[in-house]
Design a protein around this ligand. Structure first.
Ligand SMILES: NC(=O)CC[C@H](N)C(=O)O
Length: 488
């Protein structure tokens, strides 16, 4: 188990690296994280929802993802509530979950253990990830993810410490010191992550770390910038483009507070023809050739905010001036006439008028839809495009409107709406991972186009290999294998 001295120390990416390394070395690894908190989720081949990070790690391991790899997913919808997804299906919001935690904690624990056991019969090794820091001693009794999970699984624990944020000795030492003696013995190695500068300068640091913690340092992993792995939890705007530029097709993603599934834009972001930037600045929106309204965990809250901050107006203005507007999932819902949430599934707002760009209406209701979809694009073309849906809302044509479907799925469903060549919406996440769709989206801007085409799957494979090579060259793998094969 990769456990952390804190959140965001790089556990997920290291887990992906280990998945790829073990696979390269002839094993059959699988990722596991008992509970994940993230808005970036993904749909398994069975049509169930899991955290994106485990889907990425499964990809690095070269296997299909499964809910057993992430049995509990918490999706925050406001500061105080989160939707709880158990084994791929939502079971209620966080308030209910709190209740469940007190009353039914052991039941949840059993679910998590059962998922692990199933996974464990099919794969070896299981590359587990903890959550946040392992020294939240106030949560020791309710913790399902960190040391209690490692104990159940009989896992060796590797403590990941982040040197970039400072305090690496104190955080590693403190994390070890605050464990019970039994748990402390489980921690078999320390990985110092995100090191910047000359590694030789830290040689004495490694020795000191080993002395104070009494645990070997398995590696010091240099910070990298040139390897691209999908992010999991939060959109890191520091690494993103935030402005329009000259000479490329400017694609603006509207920055929503509850923006979900921002992985939808990864391929476009790497397309050399395109400048993809995130913004809620009305001047920057005015410069966009294409405006993408992304998915959101709280369509109504974000719609309210768009009206308040003037972005709604800027989008309509841009559309009048010839920009393309495309909505995905929550963004598609916003483009309609009205969005309502009579049961308060997403929050306290019950109903708001949409942007009025599409003659559709959305109601949040019923069971959450999670499924993968296949389709040809444009309709009838000889290609195979894929994507996935994750939403609670149902969208129907406004009264008297005849459906103008955007996508016809191979499963025979009609999805989305196309008002015209430059105004459309869809429920399909990952739609912009399909080259045919990207090319069609960019076509009206042909005069600006220079280079073409990126094979995204091949690109991702290459990045996992690069990541594995990077970690391999800075990690004492023979010691790691020795730890993993020694039973105590
Ligand atoms: N992923 C999304 O954009 C979800 C949209 C909306 N919150 C729904 O559940 O229907």
């Amino acid at each position: 188990m990769l456990a952390g001295t804190g959140s965001d120390v790089g556990k997920s990416v290291l887990a992906a690296a280990l998945c790829r390394i073990f696979r390269q070395d002839g094993y059959r690894p699988a990722p596991f994280k008992a509970q994940n908190m993230a808005l970036n989720s993904y749909v398994t081949p069975e049509g169930l929802e899991i955290g994106r990070a485990q889907a990425v790690q499964a990809e690095a391991a070269g296997i299909p993802c499964h809910t057993d790899m992430n049995p509990i997913l918490l999706k925050p919808s406001s500061d105080k509530t989160a939707q709880v997804v158990l084994n791929g299906r939502p079971i209620g919001n966080r308030d209910a979950y709190d209740y469940f935690r007190v009353e039914g904690r052991e039941q949840l624990r059993r679910e998590v253990h059962a998922a692990f056991d199933r996974l464990n019969t099919r794969y070896n090794p299981i590359v587990m990830e903890g959550a946040g820091s392992i020294s939240e001693i106030n949560l020791r009794d309710t913790d399902l993810v960190n040391m209690p999970m490692a104990r159940y699984a009989g896992a060796d624990v590797l403590l990941v410490a982040d040197i970039d944020r400072g305090g690496v000795f104190a955080s590693a030492y403190g994390s070890v010191a605050l464990q019970t003696p039994e748990d402390r013995r489980r921690i078999k190695g320390i990985i110092v992550n995100k090191f910047r500068g000359d590694l030789r300068l830290f040689e004495s640091g490694v020795k000191m770390m080993e002395d104070i913690c009494g645990i070997p340092v398995l590696g010091v992993i240099p910070y990298y910038k040139d390897i691209y792995i999908e992010e999991e939890d939060a959109l890191d705007l520091q690494t993103k483009q935030l402005n329009a530029v000259q000479g490329k097709v400017n694609v603006a993603v509207v920055l929503l507070r509850h923006l979900s599934n921002f992985t939808d834009f990864n391929v476009l972001e790497r397309d050399e023809r395109v400048n993809l930037y995130y913004t809620n600045n009305t001047d920057e929106l005015a410069k966009a050739d294409i405006i993408l309204l992304p998915g959101t965990k709280s369509t109504l809250d974000d719609l309210y905010e768009l009206r308040r901050n003037g972005v709604a107006h800027a989008i309509l203005e841009a559309r009048r001036n010839g920009a393309t507007v495309m909505g995905i999932c929550g963004g598609y819902q916003m483009m309609g006439q009205v969005v309502s949430d009579p049961e308060g599934i997403e929050g306290s707002l019950r109903s708001l008028p949409g942007l009025g760009l599409l003659p559709v209406e959305t109601v949040m209701e019923g069971e959450k839809v999670t499924r993968r979809v296949n389709f040809a694009f444009p309709a009838g073309a000889d290609n195979r495009c894929t994507g996935y849906e994750i939403h609670q809302g149902r969208t129907v044509p406004a009264e008297g409107e005849e459906q103008r479907t955007f996508i016809q799925t191979s499963e025979g469903r009609k999805d989305g709406w196309m008002a015209d060549r430059k105004c459309f919406g869809t429920y399909i996440h990952g739609i912009l991972d399909n080259q045919a769709v990207i090319d069609w989206l960019l076509e009206p801007y042909a005069d600006k186009l220079q280079k073409t085409v990126l094979d995204y799957s091949a690109y991702k494979e290459e990045q996992y290999d690069k990541l594995a090579a990077h970690v391999r060259s800075h990690l004492n793998l023979s010691l790691l294998y020795q730890i993993l094969t020694t039973h105590d």
